[in-house]
Design a protein around this ligand. Structure first.
Ligand code: ZN
Length: 179
């Protein structure tokens, strides 16, 4: 096993765990830090932010099947969403029908993950490309999801609209992209 020192902090690491940057060998931690500092210094942050917005809009349009269908599609999605159904169920003050042998999963109604599995995988690839290890990446995604759900619950108690909540959740996602 070849070991090598990180040029910045001196930490000894397996060579395959070190990353090359501008002629230096850096451990994952230093690599991430250097990249982060660099990012904050450059206008790249705003560039990426714009690109993210564009991608998000494009993604929404694509799933709607064109820009002209976007409004209707979003309305429909909202009506089909768990939030709407839960809200409707609450306002109607009705009882969920009990079907013999089927346990109603209340947990699945409560947990509202903003990211689809595909989005998580994309994020995973992206963050690992930036130099995070698999474990670090999983940790960050977990934090993001729990932070998103915390914000969601908080904003619900403040009677914020679904759109406002989604926007805030997207901001959190952006922050992770821009780490
Ligand atoms: Zn280091």
């Amino acid at each position: 096993m070849i070991k090598k020192k990180c040029d910045k902090c001196g930490q000894e690491e397996r060579q395959r765990n070190l990353r090359r940057l501008n002629g230096y060998w850096l451990c994952t931690k230093c690599y991430v830090e250097v990249r982060k500092n660099h990012r904050n210094k450059t206008i790249e942050v705003s560039g990426i932010r714009g690109e993210l917005r564009r991608l998000d809009a494009k993604r929404k349009e694509e799933s709607a099947g064109g820009k002209e269908n976007l409004r209707e599609y979003q309305r429909k999605r909202y009506r089909d969403s768990k939030d709407y159904k839960v809200k409707e169920y609450r306002t109607k003050d009705s009882i969920l029908p009990v079907i013999k042998g089927i346990k109603i999963k209340r947990e699945s109604i409560k947990s509202n993950s903003f990211l689809t599995i595909q989005e998580k995988q994309t994020l995973l690839r992206l963050l690992m490309k930036r130099g995070l290890t698999f474990e670090e990446t999983i940790d960050r995604i977990k934090c993001l999801v729990s932070e998103q759900s915390r914000i969601r619950n908080l904003m619900k108690t403040q009677n914020k609209s679904e759109e406002q909540i989604k926007q805030k959740q997207f901001q959190l996602l952006e922050e992770l992209y821009n780490f």
